[in-house]
Design a protein around this ligand. Structure first.
Ligand SMILES: [Zn+2]
Ligand SMILES: [Zn+2]
Length: 87
């Protein structure tokens, strides 16, 4: 019996086009990739909005002001919960 993992079932890989927050060029990113580099300026564009908010210097511009604040709150709450359970 071969075990292939739960992710391999019918996970379609798609390519998404994101806009680089630094130079405005289009960056192609695979749905399975967490991040991709802008070919124009080398800036790292994040696929996952959560990791963008946490690691990206331009997160505010990437996801927009409103969403940025919302995600920041969610991220902070997650961190707090993590700290609580580890103690
Ligand atoms: Zn760029
Ligand atoms: Zn970003």
């Amino acid at each position: 019996m071969s075990f292939t993992g739960c992710q391999s079932k019918s996970r379609e890989i798609t390519i998404e086009e994101k806009r680089c927050p630094r130079c405005g060029a289009e960056v192609e990113i695979f749905s399975v990739d967490a991040e991709a580099k802008c070919e124009n300026c080398g800036f790292t564009v994040y696929n996952d909005m959560m990791s963008c908010v946490q690691w990206c210097r331009h997160a505010r511009e990437c996801v927009g002001e409103e969403l940025y604040e919302k995600m920041r709150r969610v991220a902070r709450r997650r961190e707090e919960r993590k700290q609580l359970t580890s103690e």
